[in-house]
Design a protein around this ligand. Structure first.
Ligand code: AGP
Length: 606
């Protein structure tokens, strides 16, 4: 921990800076130093020494320097790299002694940078990591100090708070920070830069805190701050984007759902407290505690995820939720108020309708959130806060692993918001425990892929399908129908099972197969009644139910089993067989399952 002071303004008295530096001596005091620009001589004077600041002061008096000038920089050191010697004290300088720099932090990649600079002819005078910055800035300097500093810092790994002055661009101090604190204090006479507010208080209480990746340029008259774009990491490797040995991206992405679900939940479940840790929501945590209504906007498969989320959030977080098709939301006149938050769900983060819906909400000052898979995408950047899926790249046009990841993140969001409200520790722990099991349960479901392939062979020539579900699985009925439509071009409809008797039952005959999603849950008996209504009209039923439910086999043509889990989590298990069913029928019909006709992976137009 080192102490840094920078001074620029109408006050030329170097003693001022030294007094300020003394207030930082607690941060490290194995050596100290200063440098300041004397405008008459057009020189920068520098003095530094191992030992305490009062030793530096003594040497300064003996030096007979004219102690007047600015800008000036000061440093008190706590050694990290290099012995406690005069040479290793700060400020450090470049080969030509044109620029002087003080630093708090650690340049992690200084060795390789130093080797390269030495190869290029730079001469070093200390053992410190800091001095590398001086030679980098010197190498990149083309007349503008801040430009050279910014270019140099882009090559640096580690942490820093720095102040730099230069004889060649003397009317300024350039300051920058990454992880090490740095503040600018301002009063009517001068600007003071310091690594700790303790040094600033005697001058002023008006301060500007520099943020990470910010570079400040401070002159006698003004200051301005330049913000670096924070580099975002593309999350996937080329190898991941390849098919990994599968015939199609869609099958690869269906089969890797155990891993993608593992990744989506990693580090986000706190079993002891039955809570979810969602770093991307930390900044708005208190606002979320107060919201009284949540609107979710999405398109296509993401819309179906949102519908499941509505059931989760209303049942377990007791928050009223409205799910809106994004292309509808953006043209209606929604009733929005400060107690409402708008959540966008989007795999690509670029869907035009969803992005427009978010912008509409932001216009009205509404808190906007995102559940997005693609890091750095427009929706991720334009929402105030959010949660990345971390499901990895989804190349197949049909959304599969992104959907199950969205459902898992919605379950985590339910935990996050529910535990801010009435959800008990016991319920929270029970949900948290079950979410932890989900990747393995999906692995179990995927073991039935050969059975589902056989089903696809049996049903591939039908021209119509009806998917039925209730409550948590009503949206999965919609999703199953969408998958079949978009992958095999067979017409399919998803319906709430309770709605069938209000019309669609007229369609039922032996040529109209029905996929009934019927886990042993709170609406199981209702689903059985619907299945019996279908059977009475010779309809052919494929049922998806909870393993061990052998009794149902007497009622239906085919049965697919899924493991038992909490009702709110069954959609993650029940959708997977439907994805496989659509995939295998599409392949059997010779469709381009990764790039179905007329579709695009991300619909960036209205
Ligand atoms: C899903 O299989 C479709 N490809 C499509 O409905 C998709 O879900 C929709 O376009 C939304 O995309 P997004 O999640 O990237 O916003």
């Amino acid at each position: 921990m080192c102490g840094i002071i920078g001074l620029i303004g109408k006050n030329n008295n170097i003693k001022t800076g030294l007094d300020a530096l003394k207030r930082l001596e607690y941060r490290g005091y194995d050596s100290a130093g200063l440098a300041f620009f004397n405008s008459e001589k057009k020189e920068i004077f520098c003095l530094k020494s191992a030992g305490r600041i009062n030793l530096l002061e003594k040497k300064l008096e003996e030096s007979k320097f004219d102690l007047s000038g600015n800008p000036s920089i000061f440093h008190t050191r706590w050694a990290t790299h290099g012995e406690v010697t005069d040479e290793n004290a700060h400020p450090h300088w470049d080969c030509q002694k044109n620029l002087f720099l003080v630093h708090n932090g650690i340049i992690e990649n200084y060795k390789e940078l130093k080797e390269q600079l030495i190869k290029e002819g730079h001469k070093f005078s200390s053992e410190t990591d800091t001095e590398v910055l001086c030679h980098l800035i010197e190498k990149l300097f083309q007349g503008n100090l801040e430009e050279a500093v910014r270019k140099a810092l882009r090559l640096v790994k580690g942490t820093y708070a720095i102040c730099v002055i230069s004889r060649q661009d003397p009317r300024k101090i350039v300051a920058a920070r990454l992880s090490s604190p740095l503040l600018i204090g301002l009063n009517e006479r001068e600007y003071i830069i310091a690594s700790d507010p303790a040094a600033i208080v005697p001058f002023t209480r008006k301060i500007i805190n520099l943020d990470d990746y910010e570079t400040a340029v401070i002159t006698q008259e003004k200051f301005f701050i330049l913000k670096e774009k924070v580099p975002e990491e593309i999350e996937f490797t080329l190898e991941e984007a390849e098919k990994g040995g599968y015939p199609h991206f869609m099958l690869k992405e269906i089969m890797e759902q155990p891993e993608s679900l593992e990744n989506s939940q990693r580090g986000r479940i706190i079993l002891e407290t039955g809570r979810a840790k969602l770093g991307g929501l930390e900044s708005v945590k208190e606002k979320l505690r107060k919201i009284k209504r949540l609107i979710i906007v999405a398109c296509g498969t993401a819309y179906h995820a949102a519908l499941v989320g509505e059931y989760m959030l209303e049942e377990y977080a007791r928050i009223p939720v409205e799910v809106e098709i994004a292309s509808e939301f953006r043209y209606k006149k929604p009733i929005l108020d400060k107690n409402t938050a708008v959540l966008a769900i989007s795999q690509s983060g670029e869907t035009a309708d969803t992005l427009a819906a978010i912008r509409e909400a932001k216009e009205k000052g509404i808190l906007t959130l995102g559940i997005v898979n693609v890091v750095g995408s427009s929706i991720a950047r334009e929402t105030i806060a959010g949660v990345y899926n971390h499901a990895g790249p989804e190349i197949g046009v049909a959304s599969t692993k992104a959907l199950t990841s969205q459902l898992e993140v919605l379950a985590l969001l339910t935990l996050f918001l529910g535990r801010q409200r009435e959800m008990s520790l016991v319920i929270g722990q029970r949900i948290a425990k079950e979410i932890l099991k989900i990747p393995d349960l999906v692995k179990e479901v995927l073991k039935s892929s050969s059975q589902i392939k056989k089903l696809a062979e049996k049903y591939k020539n039908y021209n119509n399908f009806l998917f039925l579900g209730r409550k948590y699985n009503f949206p999965i009925a919609l999703e199953g129908a969408l998958k079949l439509k978009e992958i095999s071009y067979i017409h399919a409809e998803g319906y709430g099972a309770g709605e069938m008797k209000h019309g669609p039952i007229a369609l039922i005959d032996e040529n109209f197969p029905i996929f009934a999603i019927c886990p042993k849950d709170s609406v199981y008996d209702k689903m059985i009644s619907n299945i019996e209504e279908i059977r009475a009209r010779k309809g052919r039923v494929i049922v998806l139910t909870t393993e061990g439910n052998k009794k149902i086999e007497e009622l239906v043509d085919s049965v697919i089993y899924i493991p038992k889990t909490l009702e709110m989590l069954t959609p993650i298990l029940s959708v997977t067989p439907l994805q496989l069913f659509a995939y295998y029928i599409g392949v059997l019909k010779g469709c381009d399952v990764d790039k179905p006709r007329n579709l695009a992976k991300s619909v960036t137009v209205e």
